[in-house]
Write a protein that binds this ligand. Sequence first.
Ligand SMILES: [Zn+2]
Length: 326
Amino acid sequence: MKKLLLAGLLVISTGLSSAQTIDVRDSSNYSSKALALQLHQKKWIHGSADCKSNADPALEVFRYDQSSYILRQNKCLSYEAPFIYVLFGDEKVLVLDTGATESELDFPLYETVRSLIAEQSEQDGKTEKELLVIHSHSHNDHYTGDSQFEGKPNVTLVKPNNEAVVQFFVFNEWPNGSANIELGGRTLTIIPTPGHQEEAITVYDPHTKWLLTGDTFYPGYIYVKDWDDYRKSIARLVSFSNTHDVSTVLGAHIEMTDKASEYYPIGTIYQPNEAPLALLPENLATLNSELMKLEKPKNVILNEFIVAPMNIFQKTISNIARWIIQ
Ligand SMILES: [Zn+2]
C-alpha cells in the first residue's frame, strides 16, 4: 500500500515529450543550452481551484540532468509551494531545503530523495552516499520537513539557525567571504546573502551553473527585512555572477503571473498562469542598479519580480518567529 502510494506521489516529469527528451548520459547529445531552455520553459504543478479533487503528486520531481533535480511541493499541501534542490556528487548528495510540511505520509520528501539515490546507485554503484541537508534560509516553509531526515543513517543536517550555519560553513566574518562544500567532483560555493532573512545563503553549482538564491531572489513578491544587508547581498551576487559562469538564477517560489509586474496574492493555492521559475543574471544586475539609485527603502517593481521593504509589524512577527527557532 505504501509502495503504491509512493508510486502515485512520485512522478518524475521531464517537461518534454519522449520524442524531445534529451539524453544527458550521451555526451554527444549534451547541450547545456537545450537544458537551460527546457528549464526556462518548464511548467510546474501549480495547485487547484478545488484541492479536494487535485490528483497531482505531493512533490513534483524534475530531472534536469542525471545528477541535478528540482522538486516542487504541491500548492494543495502548502500555498508556499517551495522548490527544493537535490544535487549529486560522487560522495555526497546535497538537499537544499526541506519544504513546508512535516508529515512523511503527506509529503514523502525523505523517501523521494532515497529513491533518487537508489536510482542513481544503479548507474554508479554507490549506495552509501552521505546526505547533506542545508537551508536557503530559516523560514519555516524551508525547514519543516527536517524531522524526516533527523536520526536517519548517513544524514548530516545543518540546523537552520545562525550558530549552526556559521559553524558548519566556517564563516568567520559573516556575511563576508564565501565557503565551499565538496560533494565529490562537484564543489559548491556558499555565499552569505542576508536581507530577506538573517541566515540567508545562496548556493552556486559549477556543474549546472545555477545560482540558487532561496527567497533572496525569485519570481515573486520578495519581502526584505534588512534593506541595507539586502542591497549588499544583491551587489555581492552581481559581482559573483560577473566573475563566474552563471546560466540561471533559481529561487524557492513562484508568485508572479505570466503578466509583467502582476503577482498572485499570498495564500494563493491555484496558479494556472504562473511565471517561469528561472531568472537570469541580467535580472539580478537590473535589481542591483535599481537598489543603488534608491536613497531609502522603497518598493522596486520590475516585470519579473517585486522587492518590498518589510514594515515594523512584519519585522516584529519575523523576530518572534526567529527567536523561537534560534
Ligand atoms: Zn519561502
